[in-house]
Design a protein around this ligand. Sequence first.
Ligand code: ATP
Length: 503
Amino acid sequence: GQDKFKQVISHAKEYGYIFSSSEIYDGLSAVYDYGQNGVELKNNIKNYWWKSMVQMHEEIVGLDAAILMHPKTWTASGHVNAFNDPLIDNKDSKKRYRADVLVEDYVEKLEQKAQKEITKAKKRFGDKFDEAEFVSTHPRVVKYRQQSQEILQRLGQSLNDDNLADVKALIEELDIACPMSGSRNWTDVKQFNLMFGTKLGASAESASDLYLRPETAQGIFVNFANVQKTGRMKIPFGIAQIGKAFRNEIVARQFIFRQREFEQMEMQYFVKPGDELKWFEHWKEIRTKWHNSLGLGDDNYRFHDHEKLAHYANAATDIEFKFPFGFKELEGIHSRTDFDLKAHENLSGKKLQFYDPEMKESYVPYVIETSIGLDRMFLAVFSSALQDEDLGDGNSRTVLKLPAILAPVKAAVLPLLKRDGLPEIARKIVDELKWDFNIDYDEKDAVGRRYRRQDAAGTPFCITVDHDTKEDGSVTIRHRDSMKQERVKIEELSSIIAKSVDF
Ligand code: ATP
């Protein structure tokens, strides 16, 4: 887990996928820049989502709302009052922590202890080891797991009831120390609003307080009537949007999984009240198919249905992905009722309703939302694609098995030698293919090293030009995953690549 995670981070940097923001000034915590390959992968993920949502669904249209919105938006949506995380300060080290995360880390340590016992016993008993039997009878493992459950249950209750004193009591009872200083001198727990504030206007008196949007969804809700009327949309219909969101996360760690500036791909589907649970199931299915179509491994996914629901929801599920640090939320599917549209109606005084010609009446639609973090999807794709392969002959290679449709560069054209007219032919191939695909040209180093470099960068095809090319117009095409090589005509290249990267 941890080693793989470190490899993902360093590989992402080495191959121009992800850099720390303003790195020459030592970076900015939990903010990242996407490099020359990263921006391509990110754009390809966006496109893949956008096409499947907007292009493939007649009843779904797009939107690109501004990041800055009227401040009343965030009062109506509930973010001003309720978009908080529990914050605790250590009085000695002056470091701040998310109180719930301190407790969760403690639980994780208990689990690590349990794992240690399991590994030890595995070694001792070898083939005869029965893990299920062991974890249900071994006194220490049973104790660790029971304790974990009790703690998490108590934590859940105290957070949900907004009973923050209980969280502090829990931290004290467990004798949790500050990870930085070891001090146990904690302040009370208080709510910390995650929205970034900023000011509109030049002079201090006239300036008004604004927020950077913490989610893209509200841009869709406030435009509901605009889109419905001008697009003459009939229920059910959806509005899709991709854009930046900002959250002042208290603990920002796990690389691009939890950032302060990130991107969301959201779709709000407006339905008739009463029909929402049917559509909720429908969208769970469609989104699962979308994920499976990329072939990241169906076992890497699982659903987590929410038992405790947010104030606006009547059903909710997370699609979780097996990141290098375990299963974590990748996408949320929420049945949001009419909470948002009603709240905006109330505060704005404008009608946000649909006139149903068959029922001959107007109503505020219910909403099913699918919301996926673009950066988390990037991490899911990237980390599952990164593999060390044993080639069996004492050699190994690092290969980034990105789905071809998402790969930044689709093919690299390599002249075998830097002379005899081979570079000129290779350049000509690039010039033809570049109209349809992102193509690389590489003539440096021995061809074997160039193959390895393209494997590690995730390029699905290498096209090698050699002396025979001059005779018969054929080239070698090498497939990244199988490493198989075949001889094909230059004219065939375009359709071979297209076949593997078509939508
Ligand atoms: P979490 O519980 O992990 O903080 P959340 O439940 O607050 O996430 P939502 O508000 O449902 O997340 O946001 C929808 C999606 O946006 C998430 O599924 C996730 O993919 C993405 N997302 C949320 N917060 C972040 C962040 N800080 N960095 C990157 N992506 C994020």
